[in-house]
Design a protein around this ligand. Structure first.
Ligand SMILES: *[C@@H]1O[C@H](CO)[C@@H](O)[C@H](O)[C@H]1NC(C)=O
Ligand SMILES: *[C@@H]1O[C@H](CO)[C@@H](O)[C@H](O)[C@H]1NC(C)=O
Ligand SMILES: *[C@@H]1O[C@H](CO)[C@@H](O)[C@H](O)[C@H]1NC(C)=O
Ligand SMILES: *[C@@H]1O[C@H](CO)[C@@H](O)[C@H](O)[C@H]1NC(C)=O
Ligand SMILES: *[C@@H]1O[C@H](CO)[C@@H](O)[C@H](O)[C@H]1NC(C)=O
Ligand SMILES: *[C@@H]1O[C@H](CO)[C@@H](O)[C@H](O)[C@H]1NC(C)=O
Ligand SMILES: *[C@@H]1O[C@H](CO)[C@@H](O)[C@H](O)[C@H]1NC(C)=O
Ligand SMILES: *[C@@H]1O[C@H](CO)[C@@H](O)[C@H](O)[C@H]1NC(C)=O
Ligand SMILES: *[C@@H]1O[C@H](CO)[C@@H](O)[C@H](O)[C@H]1NC(C)=O
Ligand SMILES: *[C@@H]1O[C@H](CO)[C@@H](O)[C@H](O)[C@H]1NC(C)=O
Ligand SMILES: *[C@@H]1O[C@H](CO)[C@@H](O)[C@H](O)[C@H]1NC(C)=O
Length: 851
């Protein structure tokens, strides 16, 4: 997932436009390289990007909006100069390009930065190009994200990133009007616009559909968006290396389901295009590298090489596969099947035959429909068992996925959001809407809601936490998109919110006046978190209790159904290691929830990405144990158990005494009924923590939480983001990186340096083993949360024994500690609900620790 690391800058090489699009004579095709909001032109990539206000540039702006600039962008010089300025608009802004005719690549560059009082992460706008809607309610997050939709280039030295969206548009009538339309009360921005002519014969006229038939691919009147473009088995190819089309070809590994199913091959000698007409289809570099099936030392390879892509549901996609046989110099050596979305797209595919020889560059297009129920597109290559005789191996050199517009629309309501308080990585959630009303699928960032329960009289927190206002990122409720189709259209306010019935069960009913008093009339300075759902304020109730007060945005009537489900489910829960709800307010169409305030914020904020002092090994272990207890209670406490589904360090909150509590139960799900082993459900969760088995089989069990918890354990000991795209390839994914070392029993090499010397080697070793077991491939072989808890207690004992003996106070050996510790541990994780102050547990079942 390495991306463009900034624009490479080479000399004054100026590339003339070679392609003259010959469509009925007239208008020459020309390039536009526009540096928005700038006073002068800059040279980037060897190309000259002119100011959008420069005279005689064949471009007019309907208004000037606001020219913004920054000089602080990542501290890098030339490479980003294109991104140092932007045009910000709060009203409709039209960019009208004249003298343009034919098919073009239109690339929109976004690189958010703060300017005056424009909060970069709050932009929301539509873009329409000659009547074709490209994006709707588009929000460019202020921080880096770890998974891209489209081409996205994090710059490793900066916490911000750039996003490039690429479209292919057919322009007629000599004019292209790009309308930038901010949402009411919001704003939009654009850093640069790049319009380059597309090569004439990039797409054929008709393309076969997966499953039979063909579609007429007439681009005029139809827009195309580039979703992915990969150089399979090879390095990233930068725009300036791609002839005159300036495309970026990403590395494919991060999209592979099992990276070691394929191995890379390359041969750069004598590769040529099989047809001269194809010379612009892809640069030869793409064909010079490939991925073939790993040599498994068996005659028949019975597996697939698989790639998985997040896409928008309900669109048609054009999948273009690039091939070039680099090894065999005769036919019938390598024949395979191509599957798209689990259906066979081609049988007995022999690249040598199709391309007409060895080292011949060749491509094949397929069109497939992604229904409203899916948000992924799978591409798999595997042996053709029916082929008989031929070697079972497959090959792929490059891959592109294009989204085709539907009814004049390319837009999919997408929303980026981020863990705003911490780090430079972002978690994404896959919402897969199933069932009638909720036909929306979306990829989101960090997430969701809390657990509610009775817990009126929390002890008062006299000690304020003014010195740590940012440590706490509470509930982000992103029901927003999930419901956008079904509910959002309803007129607001006439109905009672659907959760009103349920909410009467939970906690105190506050009046709006009380809430206003508690939050100083929703004082912006008290905002401690913001989500798609609304804002969260730090407040103080009349009796002096500190609280986190979540207020739904009055304008948004989204997310209510999740709200309802959660309250239904979670009003039944209470536990010392689950964040609790104090009350709610339901007045004048307001939906407000009041939670106990967690003074020390998220566990993650104490691990990395902030200035907070590091937690000691003991504190970390205690936090893990607390979270494990909360989860164990969820899994075993209720009649059918509850699966949290979004276990991660931002959902583990710490109170003023650093007691860890699980929060955000927005995705939680009741466990399987007695006679079932799993719940079948769409995949949700946070990227980087998601159980791969759950992902593959869409069957949810408690063991998915165990997996995520294993990732948490590694995160706690390594103190780094679970996905960090700015690291070298093999380090991006913490799970892979940590397991690499754990398998060699040398986890200590990569642990948080601040722990070195301060934690007992024995405890660390044991800890690594637990984490390893948690993320075992098969759910069956993972331990239960109860077992994890037991082992973590043991680790803590080991560590404490070590601390004692190191201090010379006590010389008991670890084996002594061990003996003592079993009973103590046993004692300690008896269900904690009984020691709750108010003791109104609604759960009847007793909590058997390891049943
Ligand atoms: C553009 O010029 C104006 C007036 O000379 C100046 O105030 C502004 O800072 C300049 N902007 C940039 C990006 O250089
Ligand atoms: C504007 O368009 C005309 C022809 O339509 C062309 O000759 C001229 O070079 C263009 N100017 C710029 C700055 O591209
Ligand atoms: C922008 O362009 C659209 C389409 O040509 C037009 O309807 C609209 O009035 C324009 N808006 C402004 C502010 O010029
Ligand atoms: C946007 O990001 C900035 C800095 O990253 C943060 O201070 C601000 O609170 C964020 N705004 C919202 C609405 O989250
Ligand atoms: C990051 O910064 C270092 C030193 O400041 C520099 O050497 C390196 O090239 C930068 N990386 C990128 C991708 O710009
Ligand atoms: C493509 O569609 C346009 C109008 O939508 C039509 O004028 C043109 O003839 C079509 N071209 C082909 C090759 O079908
Ligand atoms: C690369 O291809 C050339 C020409 O087909 C062949 O002679 C050479 O052996 C190949 N190199 C490798 C490393 O396979
Ligand atoms: C490459 O192609 C040229 C011309 O077709 C040929 O003479 C040469 O032998 C080829 N090289 C290899 C290594 O196959
Ligand atoms: C190349 O393109 C031309 C014009 O589009 C067409 O006539 C010719 O058949 C094409 N050649 C091949 C090999 O596809
Ligand atoms: C294809 O199979 C995978 C794994 O079994 C599944 O996750 C995915 O949803 C399937 N896709 C479609 C379109 O059926
Ligand atoms: C390869 O993937 C296809 C489509 O998902 C599946 O039907 C097939 O069984 C897989 N083949 C192997 C050998 O796993």
């Amino acid at each position: 997932m390495e991306k463009v690391q900034g624009w490479e800058f080479f000399g004054m090489l100026f590339l003339a436009v070679i392609f003259v699009f010959v469509k009925t004579g007239e208008a020459q095709s020309m390039s536009f390289l526009i540096n928005c909001g700038a006073n002068s032109s800059v040279n980037v990539d060897g190309r000259k990007w002119v100011s959008d206000l420069a005279p005689d540039n064949n471009l007019t702006l309907s208004s000037t909006g606001l020219a913004a600039s920054t000089s602080t962008l990542g501290g890098q010089s030339e490479s980003n100069s294109l991104y140092k300025t932007a045009r910000i608009f709060t009203e409709v802004l039209n960019y009208t390009f004249e003298g343009i005719q034919g098919d073009y690549f239109v690339r929109l560059h976004f690189c958010p930065f703060s300017f005056e009082n424009f909060n970069v992460n709050e932009s929301s706008f539509d873009i329409v190009a000659n009547g074709l809607k490209l994006v709707a309610a588009f929000n460019v997050p202020g921080e880096i994200s770890n998974k891209n939709m489209n081409l996205q280039s994090p710059r490793s030295n900066s916490s911000s990133f750039s996003l490039i969206k690429e479209y292919i548009l057919a322009v007629s009538l000599n004019v292209l009007v790009m309308e930038f339309i901010p949402a009411k009360g919001s704003f939009g921005f654009i850093n640069a616009i790049e319009i380059v002519p597309m090569a004439d014969n990039l797409f054929g006229e008709s393309v076969g559909k997966v499953g039979g038939g063909s579609v007429n691919l007439n681009l005029s009147g139809r827009g195309v968006e580039t979703m992915y473009r990969l150089n399979v088995g090879g390095p990233e190819i930068y725009p300036n290396k791609d002839s005159d089309l300036w495309r970026t070809w990403e590395v494919d590994t991060s999209y592979m389901i099992t990276a070691n199913a394929g191995s890379e091959i390359s041969n750069s000698s004598n590769v040529t295009y099989s047809s001269m007409n194809d010379s612009m289809v892809a640069p030869l570099d793409v064909y010079e590298t490939a991925r073939t099936m790993s040599n498994t030392e068996v005659l028949d390879k019975r597996f697939n090489m698989s790639w998985k892509f997040e896409v928008h549901p309900d669109f048609d996609y054009l999948v273009r596969l690039h091939f070039c046989e680099l090894l065999f110099d005769k036919a019938n050596q390598r024949t395979f099947r191509i599957y798209i979305n689990n259906r066979t797209a081609a049988y007995s595919f022999d690249v040598y035959m199709r391309a007409g020889g060895k080292n011949k560059a060749y491509h094949q297009d397929f069109v497939d429909v992604v229904s409203s129920k899916f948000d992924t597109l799978w591409i798999q290559l595997g042996p053709d068992t029916a082929a008989g005789g031929a070697g079972t191996d497959a090959l792929l050199n490059g891959l592109e996925i294009f989204k085709l517009s539907r009814n004049g629309n390319l837009a999919y309501l997408e929303r980026y959001d981020s863990d705003r308080t911490s780090g430079n990585s972002k978690t994404w959630i896959l919402w897969v809407g199933i069932g009638a009303g909720v036909a929306s699928v979306v990829i989101l960032a960090s997430v969701i809601t809390f657990i509610f329960c009775f817990r009126k009289s929390r002890r008062r927190k006299s000690n304020d936490t003014k010195d740590n206002p940012s440590g706490w990122r509470p509930l982000f409720l992103h029901g927003s998109i999930l419901n956008s189709n079904a509910n959002a259209k309803g007129s607001s306010g006439t109905q009672l919110p659907s959760w009103s019935v349920a909410s009467t069960r939970v906690g105190k009913r506050f009046t709006l006046a009380e809430i206003r008093a508690a939050t100083n009339n929703f004082d912006e300075s008290l905002v401690i978190g913001v989500g798609g759902f609304g804002k969260v304020y730090k407040g103080e109730t009349e009796d002096g209790t500190l609280a986190a007060i979540k207020r739904a945005d009055p304008q948004s009537d989204q997310g209510l159904s999740e709200f309802e489900t959660e309250i239904e489910m979670l009003s039944k829960l209470r536990h010392r290691h689950l964040v609790s709800m104090i009350g709610f307010c339901e007045e004048q169409n307001e939906m407000i929830l009041v939670y106990e305030y967690m003074a020390n914020g998220t566990l993650r904020s104490h691990l990395f990405g902030s200035d907070l002092p590091p937690l000691s090994w003991k504190q970390r272990l205690e936090a893990c144990i607390g979270a494990a207890r909360g989860l164990h209670y969820l899994h075993t406490g209720a009649e059918r158990g509850i699966i949290h589904r979004d276990v991660k360090t931002t959902n583990i909150l710490l109170d003023e005494n650093f007691v860890a509590k699980m929060s955000d139960f927005g995705l939680s799900k009741t466990g399987p009924a007695l006679d079932h082993t799993h719940v079948s459900t769409a995949v949700k969760g946070s990227f980087g923590y998601l159980d791969p088995e759950y992902f593959r089989r869409q069957q949810l069990t408690e063991k998915s939480d165990v997996y995520s918890f294993g990732i948490v354990l590694f995160e706690v000991v390594c103190a780094r983001a679970v996905i960090n795209p700015s690291l070298p390839k093999d380090q991006i994914n913490l799970a892979e990186w940590a397991m690499k070392w754990q398998r060699q029993r040398s986890l200590e090499t990569i642990i948080d340096p601040r722990l070195k010397g301060n934690c007992s080697p024995e405890s660390l070793k044991k800890f690594g083993e637990i984490a390893e077991k948690c993320i075992a491939d098969e759910g069956k072989t993972r331990p239960t949360m109860g077992e994890v808890l037991w082992h973590l207690e043991y680790v803590l004992q080991l560590h404490e024994a070590w601390t004692h003996s190191n201090n010379g106070e006590n010389s008991f050996s670890s084996s002594q500690a061990l003996g003592q510790d079993n009973t103590e541990a046993e004692e300690r994780h008896k269900p904690t609900s009984l020691d709750e102050e108010t003791g109104c547990d609604l759960l009847s079942k007793s909590h058997n620790r390891r049943n």
